[in-house]
Design a protein around this ligand. Sequence first.
Ligand SMILES: [Zn+2]
Length: 454
Amino acid sequence: MAENQRAEQSAGTAAGAVDQQALDEVVRFTSDLIRIDTSNAGDGACRERPAAEYVAERLADAGIEPVLLERSKGRTNVVARIEGTEPSADALLVHGHLDVVPAVPGDWRVHPFSGEVRDGVVWGRGAVDMKNMDAMMLAAVRRWARGGVRPRRDIVLAFTADEEASAEDGAGFLADHHADLFEGCTEGISESGAFTFHAGGGMRLYPIAAGERGTAWLKLTAHGRAGHGSKINHANAVSRLASAVSRIGAHEWPVRLTPTVRAALRELAALHAVDVDVESPECDVDALLSKLGPSAQLVAPTVRNSANPTMLTAGYKVNVIPGSAVAYVDGRVVPGGEAEFRTTMDALTGPDVTWDYHHGEVALQAPVDSPTFAAMRASVERFDPQGRVVPYCMSGGTDAKQFSRLGIVGYGFSPLKLPEGFDYQALFHGVDECVPTEGLHFGVRVLDDFLRGA
Ligand SMILES: [Zn+2]
């Protein structure tokens, strides 16, 4: 028996711990949820309702009362509360989205909505993002119902619509119109954390997210003088826009370390035996990243702001100079970096180009020295004693941004053990998304262990 299997078994002997039924259910629920096509192309056509009903039935079946909520017809969210043994303790939100990004079946080896279980692997869209976590949440709380287990804190479960687009029909709607359902919640956990990251040389890391960069999608408009393409024109909107876009693309953003990223660098440097003082203002962060091997990927996108030009539109005929030209830029902002982002964009766009937020979302920062972070770390390392938890900051965003409006501090914690060769980040929104059943078993064990004591 492998050492970590032994650890799993000894850790799994607590009263009411995960049983065979929970292990079977987590696989079946993942597969069933994948078969319910909840593709969200952002055009309003997605219907999460069948998946929401599937979830609600399994909660009700375990004596947990679900509430179904919709802002738009068919865009269904499910919320339920499980009372803890310490009513005075702060409640914990556990949320997973029910929608998925679209998939083109012809590109896949296995049909993306088959939910097929083959050779110990569950295939399909949502296998890691994030019907796996939805299934783990269900399997864990149903196990508690069978065993008479109650967690310490109140646990609020939320299964949301519309995370893959604007969240307006999902977490945004819940936060703005149903805040009462989340009363007492101070912290939340959800996707994008506690998955196995193979760092080379057999090192297994489990990055737990304690922060997210903000979203700053910008619309740039260049103004100029319209006219004939054969005439001299020093107020050409296309040239002005092109200059601004090329300045933005070439800009080197300075390093701005947030508390989470600083902690991540400190822990990764120690694990990779790199002797460096991350606290020192002299610390060369890019040089440090170059010594961290694959682990650098966990940190590199979040040590600074970024802005990538992504779309351009101007003109309608080759011999006509248009009066204006438009570009879009995908900006991402580290927590605390908003003011610098704005002044930098003002400088880079210059006097002839105006810019505005086409879509903006806040950056998040969660403490890595909290009891909750310590409890997540302990649960992961209990079930994989050779694995090492590290904090990290997400480069993109999740529903945690919406729930932050309720004062809920969000962590990315959706535990999953993956063998070498399963690149979690590549599976996210990728072709042939899949998850090993063993990984789901590990996930439900860790989630159960953490949630009951959190
Ligand atoms: Zn997701």
